[in-house]
Structure formats: structure tokens, C-alpha cells
Design a protein around this ligand. Structure first.
Ligand code: DAK
Length: 257
């Protein structure tokens, strides 16, 4: 049996690929556990400063594996805390994570992409929360992250009708940061991830934490958090190096300290 999750390293970027093409990359426990293990590995590797999560050209992931969950009863889901443990690992990653989405990102697939820090899409990408069509509702953040990303009106439309949104609409609506031709998605995403990873890792982590505070706090608290992180950056060798390099008109040599 082939590995359902593959991972490889491109310089300072860790790439994770979901690899269940026969099932449109449906997310069963092995896949979610494999993604979590790859994230653990890249988080522990101090040479890696950015992570990319992708699927194949037909599907990022068409949702949780319907066959694997169809016979669950309430107690199976509740007492087993249905795949929550591994599922949350992307959200708790401290390094930046980019989802590179081609083809379908549906249900849990769309939710997984939204747990990443930003989504880059191929022009053939289709996003959706179609759970309503199979008698259930989004269970991994769709009803919470989608309204934050695209507003209540479109989120309600997506979740109540189960309709799909193409890449162009997703970019207009703010779900997607950039759209690339399908055959260039991975190369372009790795290029951007490389640009990000060339910066100071602690600064990247402070930026990620600060942007995420915007969704967890009042504006005043968020501004205070940002200010403290900004002040803390004066304690970094990389901040001194970055400013010195600018003044000397050379490229900075960051040491992640
Ligand atoms: N699960 C299992 N198998 C799937 C699948 C899925 N979600 N999606 C596709 N497949 C399988 C198909 O059954 C088919 O298998 P074979 O018949 O060849 O054996 C194969 O992939 C190819 O799919 P199709 O023949 O259907 O291909 P089409 O091009 O015609 O259609 C499609 C592609 C993606 C539009 C269609 O397959 C589709 O509608 N798929 C289901 C989409 C869906 O309803 N997704 C939402 C599932 S519910 C949670 C975490 C996660 C979740 C909830 C809680 N916690 C942490 C608490 C998530 C829930 C969901 O995602």
C-alpha cells in the first residue's frame, strides 16, 4: 500500500502531500495522523521555516472519509473525539503553513485549507462545505472560519446550499491569497514559501502569532499584543542584522536568533 501522506524538503521549506488519489484525498485517520506527524517533524527541524500542504491536481481533499464515518453513532464520535487530536495539529503549528489547493477542497478539505495561514489556489480549485447534502454540518471549523474569511452572507450561502466556489470567486471573496495556473501552482507556491523562509524564523513566528490575535481579541488587545511583539523584536540579533544590512546596502544574513 502506498503512503497516504508524503513529505519532502525543498531547502528551507517542508512540503506535505496528501496522497489518496483513488479517494479524492478523502481524509481518514491515517491521513490526518500522517499530516500531524509531518508537521511535528518540520516544526522540530530548525532548518525549516515554512510548510506547504498540498494534494494532487484533482483534489486537495474532498472531505473526511464518508465511508469511514458513516456507521459512527454519537458516542463513537463524542467519546472518541472524532479525529480531533491529529486534526488540530495544523492549527497549532508555529511556523507559517501555506495550503496549495488544486481541484476539490470540500468539507473537511476546505476546513483543513482554512486552518493553514493562507491558501494559494490553482485556477481549477473548487471550495465548498457540502456537508448539508449528506445530512450533517461542517464539523472542523467551516461555520466559524468561513464567515471570518468571506463574510456571513457568502458563508451562509455556501453552508446552507452546499454549492462550490471556484478559484476566481474565492480570491475575490478573500478566501484565497493568490491564484496560479494549475500547472504552476506547486512551483509558484514553493517559490513564495522560499521567499518567506528566507526571513528570520522568530520574526515569522511573531508575525503569525500577531495576525492570529486579530481573530481572538479586541482591537486594543490585539494592538497591545503586536506592540509587545514589536518591542521584543529589538532583542533579536536578526533585527540588528536586518537593519544594519539595509544601511550597508547588502542582503541580511539571518541566524534565527
Ligand atoms: N469520502 C470517501 N470517498 C470519497 C470522498 C469522501 N469524502 N470523496 C470522493 N470519494 C471517492 C468516491 O467515492 C470515489 O470512489 P470509487 O467509487 O471510485 O471507489 C472516488 O473518490 C472518486 O470520486 P467520484 O467518483 O465521486 O468523482 P467525481 O469526479 O464524480 O466527484 C467529488 C468528485 C469530490 C465532487 C465527489 O466525490 C464528492 O462530492 N465527494 C464528497 C464530498 C463531500 O461530501 N465532502 C464532505 C464530507 S463530510 C471533523 C473533521 C472533519 C470533518 C468533520 C469533523 N472533526 C475534527 C470533528 C469533515 C467532514 C466532511 O468532510
Amino acid at each position: 500500500m502506498s503512503e497516504v501522506v508524503l513529505h519532502e524538503i525543498h531547502d528551507k521549506v517542508g512540503l506535505i502531500r496528501i496522497n489518496r488519489p483513488e479517494a479524492m484525498n478523502a481524509l481518514n485517520e491515517a491521513v490526518v495522523r500522517g499530516i500531524a506527524a509531518a508537521v511535528d517533524r518540520f516544526e522540530a527541524d530548525e532548518n525549516i521555516a515554512c510548510i506547504v500542504l498540498t494534494g494532487n491536481d484533482k483534489a486537495f481533499a474532498a472531505g473526511a472519509d464518508i465511508g469511514a464515518m458513516k456507521d459512527f453513532d454519537y458516542m463513537d464520535a463524542y467519546l472518541g473525539d472524532f479525529i480531533t487530536r491529529y486534526w488540530e495539529r495544523i492549527r497549532t503549528a508555529r511556523k507559517p503553513v501555506i495550503a496549495a489547493v488544486a481541484g476539490y477542497a470540500l468539507g473537511g478539505g476546505c476546513e483543513f485549507a482554512m486552518m493553514c495561514d493562507m491558501i494559494f489556489a490553482a485556477d481549477n480549485a473548487r471550495f465548498g462545505q457540502p456537508e448539508v447534502k449528506i445530512g450533517t454540518l461542517p464539523g472542523a471549523g467551516g461555520t466559524q472560519r468561513l464567515p471570518r474569511a468571506i463574510g456571513k452572507a457568502k458563508a451562509m450561502d455556501m453552508c446552507l446550499t452546499g454549492r462550490l466556489m471556484d478559484a476566481a470567486e474565492a480570491e475575490r471573496a478573500g478566501l484565497v491569497a493568490r491564484v496560479f495556473p494549475a500547472d504552476q501552482l506547486l512551483a509558484e507556491t514553493l517559490k513564495v514559501a522560499g521567499t518567506i523562509a528566507a526571513h528570520s524564523l522568530p520574526v515569522l513566528m511573531m508575525i503569525k502569532e500577531s495576525v492570529n490575535r486579530a481573530f481572538e481579541s479586541s482591537l486594543a488587545e490585539g494592538l497591545l499584543f503586536e506592540r509587545r511583539a514589536f518591542h521584543a523584536s529589538f532583542g533579536l540579533a536578526d533585527q540588528r542584522e536586518g537593519m544594519q544590512a539595509f544601511l550597508e546596502k547588502r542582503k541580511p544574513d539571518f541566524t534565527n536568533r
